[in-house]
Structure formats: structure tokens, C-alpha cells
Design a protein around this ligand. Structure first.
Ligand code: NAD
Length: 258
């Protein structure tokens, strides 16, 4: 049966691949970002044209609690249901703890962690009423392991894994599951910025920076693909994963096996 899926931060990278994968299955998709540009609306239009499924864009800034909750309320009212919620929106900033800008810390915690609390809190009453729901949080290998200079990101992603487990326990008898996907490095605009910054800082070429610096902890020495993250998400949403709840799936080329 087709469902209604909300994917936060889905005009780019991993979120876009997940939105497209849902639409390929015929699910209605709410595409989201904070910017509300023509290009944002064009992303939803392109998904609809490519797949024949319904895809609509809705602006909501995940750094703002009211807009997180409005995204869910709007979807329930205008589309008629909120069956699947993927908390994907995320940003990064890299600096040592004692130099970490306070506003960047607050922004990362708000977008990468607190937004998932607000969307989940708003979505659960709809899922409970339907007796069915799927929540997938896009965490990170950094939800399970730390790296230097990423204090806010690591704290937020560990928090997402904790939130995932708690929501799973609270909904275990209700036909609702809540899980996290933990990607290693995936080549998206978020990581492109890090490659450029690190190459400049260390005076290395792009290829060496990717192999020796960015993928230092990823034993496969290959980026995971956005489609691989979407495939893990589709599994968690599938009927076959009905008893999978409160856990993490790593898609990280072996990073967290270490
Ligand atoms: P990306 O930069 O390609 O996409 C991020 C998306 O989030 C964009 O659509 C952007 O518009 C949206 N976004 C940013 N700020 C927002 C806000 N305030 N409100 C609403 N939307 C906002 O990033 P990505 O690499 O695809 O990352 C997606 C998720 O995957 C993030 O949570 C990230 O932490 C996680 N992740 C990425 C990697 C990686 O290597 N790329 C690894 C592990 C986890």
C-alpha cells in the first residue's frame, strides 16, 4: 500500500536519494529544505515527473521548533497522513572544542538533533491513530564513534541514536518502528566542503586528501553511495523489518567494526 513519507533536508544528497527511492515505490513524498527557492520546488516536480508518484515541496527550517512541527501538521492536513518520517537534515562544522563557535554548536544541535525530537513528537499521534508508522533517523558513524574537532556533530548524532532507542521503546507495541541509519562518509555537498577545506589546510591534492584524510577511518577506502543509504532506509520501512526497532544499521565500509 502506498504511504505518505516526509523526508527532512531532501533537496540534496542523501535525503534526495531517499525521497526518490520512496517515490519509485509509489509513496507520496514531502520534500523539504529551509530555503523555499524555485530550485527547491523543481526538485519535487522532477521526482514526480520521473516516478509518477506525488511529490510536493514544503519549506521548514529545521533549526526552528515551530517550523519542524508545522511540517508535520501541514502534511497531515494537506496530504492526509504521516506514515513515514525520515529525519535527515543535517549540517557540519569542524573546530576544536575550545575554539568551537557557540552559534555553530547551537545550530548543529538544533538541526541535527532537536529537529528530530520535534518532528517525531508531532508525527507520533498520527502514526498511533493509524496503528502503523516508520521513523528512520539518518545518524552517522559519528553517532557510534567520535572524531576530533567534531564535538557538536558527534554529540548530536550520539543524541539521535539515544532518541531512536527511546522512541522505539515507547512505540514497541503500537505498530511503529524507530531506527537509525549510520552512514560512513558519503560523497555529498556536505562532504565536498570538508574535502576542499582539508586539502587547503594540509596542502594536499584532492585524491590524496580523500584517501588518506577523509577516508582514513573507512576501511573500504570507498565512499558509501547515497543509493546505499536509501536502500537501508527502504529496508527499515519495509514489512520485512516490522520487528526491527530501536537499532542502528551501519553503512560505513567497516568503520565501526574497528
Ligand atoms: P547535504 O548537505 O547534501 O544535504 C543536506 C540537506 O539538508 C539539504 O537538502 C539542505 O537543504 C538541508 N538542510 C540544511 N539545513 C537545513 C535546515 N535548517 N532546515 C531544513 N533543511 C536543511 O548533506 P548530506 O551529506 O546528504 O547529509 C544528510 C544527512 O546525512 C545529515 O544528517 C548528515 O549528517 C548525514 N550524514 C552524512 C554523511 C556524509 O558523508 N555525507 C555521513 C553520515 C551522516
Amino acid at each position: 500500500m502506498t504511504k505518505v513519507a516526509v523526508v527532512t533536508g531532501s533537496t540534496s544528497g542523501i535525503g534526495l536519494a531517499i525521497a526518490e527511492a520512496f517515490a519509485e515505490l509509489g509513496h507520496t513524498v514531502v520534500v523539504n529544505s529551509f530555503s523555499d527557492t524555485e530550485a527547491d520546488h523543481a526538485v519535487a516536480k522532477a521526482i514526480a515527473e520521473k516516478t509518477g508518484a506525488k511529490a510536493v515541496y514544503r519549506k521548514a527550517d529545521m533549526s526552528r521548533p515551530d517550523e519542524c512541527r508545522d511540517l508535520i501538521a501541514w502534511t497531515a492536513k494537506e496530504i492526509g497522513a504521516v506514515d513515514i518520517l525520515v529525519n535527515n537534515a543535517g549540517i557540519q562544522h569542524v573546530a576544536p572544542v575550545d575554539e568551537f563557535p557557540v552559534e555553530q554548536w547551537d545550530r548543529i544541535i538544533a538541526i541535527n538533533l532537536t529537529s528530530a525530537f520535534h518532528t517525531t513528537a508531532a508525527a507520533l499521534p498520527h502514526m498511533k491513530a493509524a496503528g502503523w508508522g516508520r521513523i528512520v533517523n539518518i545518524a552517522s558513524a559519528h553517532g557510534l564513534r567520535a572524531s576530533p574537532n567534531k564535538s557538536a556533530y558527534v554529540a548530536a548524532k550520539h543524541g539521535v541514536v539515544g532518541l531512536t532507542k527511546t522512541v522505539a521503546l515507547e512505540t514497541a507495541r503500537l505498530g511503529i518502528t524507530c531506527n537509525a541509519v549510520c552512514p560512513g562518509f558519503v560523497l555529498t555537498p556536505l562532504v565536498e566542503t570538508q574535502i576542499g577545506d582539508r586539502a587547503k589546510e594540509l596542502g594536499l591534492d584532492r585524491e590524496t586528501t580523500i584517501r588518506d584524510v577523509i577516508l582514513e577511518k573507512q576501511p573500504s577506502k570507498k565512499f558509501a553511495s547515497v543509493d546505499e543509504i536509501a536502500a537501508a532506509t527502504l529496508y527499515l520501512v519495509s514489512d520485512g523489518a516490522a520487528s526491527v526497532t530501536g537499532t542502528t544499521i551501519s553503512v560505513d565500509g567497516g568503520w565501526t567494526a574497528q
